[in-house]
Write a protein that binds this ligand. Structure first.
Ligand SMILES: [Fe+2]
Ligand SMILES: [Fe+2]
Length: 196
């Protein structure tokens, strides 16, 4: 990784992994590098946006951070915390990018992606698409799959079914490469966790 990305990574580190999701950023970075090999895109936007997209969770109390996984949480409650982590994320990400004197035009694009990474309908750019593809692929990774089964207290079979139906859903993945990777990952999860 470029030195400037390492700097951003180190500054963001205290604000990561606040929802029993250790390794979230590292896994997303490995996915996005694979995506960019095929799909290209501007790494000066994509890499900082990945590193910083979820720092907003650290600015919220634990109870709010876990609402999404709570049985009986309403759609309004879930949407409210999604918006809050995006708003708080934009603020903190902006402070970190300013600290490293990141180019102002790129800062604007990065913060625009972070501002709606979980709520936007459609994609505003290739960079937005690839960042959000990598974030969604997390759920298909071995670590993310296990984390979601535990956090949401559902069976691996049920989680497999949910993810399987999402892959082909219009507007879910931006790139064909992400769809292909999701299918491959899901096949591996099936072998690991679901008995015939
Ligand atoms: Fe998020
Ligand atoms: Fe995320």
């Amino acid at each position: 990784m470029k030195e400037i990305f390492e700097k951003i990574f180190d500054l963001a580190l205290p604000y990561q992994n606040k929802r029993n999701d250790k390794g979230h950023i590292e896994i997303l970075l490995s996915y996005v590098k694979k995506l960019m090999k095929v799909e290209k895109g501007n790494e000066n936007i994509i890499i900082p946006a990945i590193i910083l997209h979820d720092v907003g969770w650290s600015q919220m109390p634990r109870e709010k951070r876990f609402i999404i996984f709570k049985k009986g949480a309403t759609a309004e409650e879930i949407l409210a915390v999604r918006y809050e982590h995006q708003e708080k994320g934009v603020k903190l990400a902006g402070e970190i990018l300013n600290k490293v004197h990141y180019p102002i035009d790129s800062v604007r694009d990065i913060l625009e992606i972070i501002s709606e990474h979980d709520t936007r309908k459609g994609f505003i750019s290739k960079e937005d698409g690839l960042v959000r593809d990598a974030d969604k692929l997390w759920c298909f990774s071995s670590v993310g799959f296990k984390a979601d089964v535990t956090r949401s207290n559902i069976s691996p079979e049920a989680r497999y079914g949910q993810l399987n139906s999402k892959i082909e859903h219009a507007d879910y993945f931006y790139s064909k490469t992400a769809k292909k990777m999701a299918r491959e990952e899901l096949e591996s999860r099936k072998k690991e966790t679901i008995k015939d």
